[in-house]
Design a protein around this ligand. Sequence first.
Ligand SMILES: Cc1cc2nc3c(=O)[nH]c(=O)nc-3n(C[C@H](O)[C@H](O)[C@H](O)COP(=O)(O)O)c2cc1C
Length: 450
Amino acid sequence: MAQKPITFGIMLQGPGGHMNAWKHPSGPADASVNFDFFVDTARKAEAAGIAFAFVADGLYINEQSIPHFLNRFEPIAILSALAASTSKIGLVGTVSTSYSDPFTIARQFASIDLISGGRAGWNAVTSPLEGSGRNYSREHPEHELRYEIAEDYIDAIKGLWDSWDDDAFVRNRETGVYADKAKMHRLNHKGRFFRIEGPLNIGRSKQGQPVVFQAGASDAGIRLAGKHADAVFTNGGPIEEAQAFYRQLKDSVIAHGRRAADVGIYPGIGPIVGATADEAEAKYQAIRGLVTIDEALLYLGRFFDHHDFSVYPLDEPFPELGDIGRNNFRATTDRIKRTAREKGLTLREVALDSATPRTAFIGTAEHIANEIIRWVDQGAADGFILGFPVIAEGFEDFSRYVLPILSERGYFDPVLKGATLRDHLGLPFRESRYAPPDDQQVAHGKAVGA
Ligand SMILES: Cc1cc2nc3c(=O)[nH]c(=O)nc-3n(C[C@H](O)[C@H](O)[C@H](O)COP(=O)(O)O)c2cc1C
């Protein structure tokens, strides 16, 4: 292969990324709680060479929520089940640092990592919705504070994951030694928010530690990713925005004393493929037709903590919202406000566009393959997370028509060659912080593509 192959993840989010994907005839209406559908999609993705499955999450619903969010699987539970039903694909799940405890989450991801043979990843998010606080007996922390908590939290988790050296569990029946206690490390983490003695009651995996993803795009999110992330999930958007984000994020990685290649950047894209441009447009229109304008207003409102957009005139310029949205999906709400202002969009246009964005990834397979290659070659992405508006139809078309073109041109390897998620992402084995420096150079000459 002439260049490093492009890596893809696939979002498993029930029927798809579109708010009314459940209505689309290509998949089951109950997809968000249909275990067979999850297994079938994950296995098809694995067979097609997709590097990881990605499960997003939320911790608050109300009457205005996206329909399939009202009834959905919890990420750790579904990933554990998928670990047993797949053998190669990486398994990445979202867990909030604002509404969970590091010791529990460290154990859970370490367990999935062992169950799956080193295929686990954690998408560390800070949670945007204020109502989450009312489900967890606490105030929803404000944006900056959420990121301060997240930093302390991830520090602690990474420390806990190194509680045992790789060769600590000797299990020697002759000597009667189960674990070499000299290779056990008590963390004694004393951070601003978390005090955790340790050690963790589970060892390291084939990839050392689960992969850490991060998915916030504000300045605070970029700082956090620069320090801690192995991979970043970000919004798609026009290529110029993706390039600017890519540069900012890699700068942040370097500012934290790491190499740019230590972190992969994965914009979320939702390709819609047609045999001709007209057919792709018809598929797009069919999906766009799944929402009414009232539903599109609700979809838009969720980014702004379920703000009620129905009170504004639809065909006048997008309303002036002040700080509304800044304590929620900040980077996303800032972008929506900015784009509306710059392009002079009406509320109707913004709502319909946010519910069914017209992206650069709609068209023939050739067009989409070209666009994917352009994004990678022009510094906008290291890979992509496929968030198909409708997963059943979307993935079928993408794997059948787009992946073969990428493969033919040397941009995609349809076979997952490595064993672990780090292998698939071109990341080296994660050495323990307690490993002697020499070991780090030689013992694990298993760095794949690093
Ligand atoms: C691409 C992307 C994906 C996200 N996915 C989730 C998610 O699955 N669950 C969640 O609670 N928050 C998710 N978030 C929100 C973050 O948790 C964060 O709370 C919010 O975006 C505010 O951070 P930001 O302003 O840094 O983007 C996501 C954010 C982005 C940008």
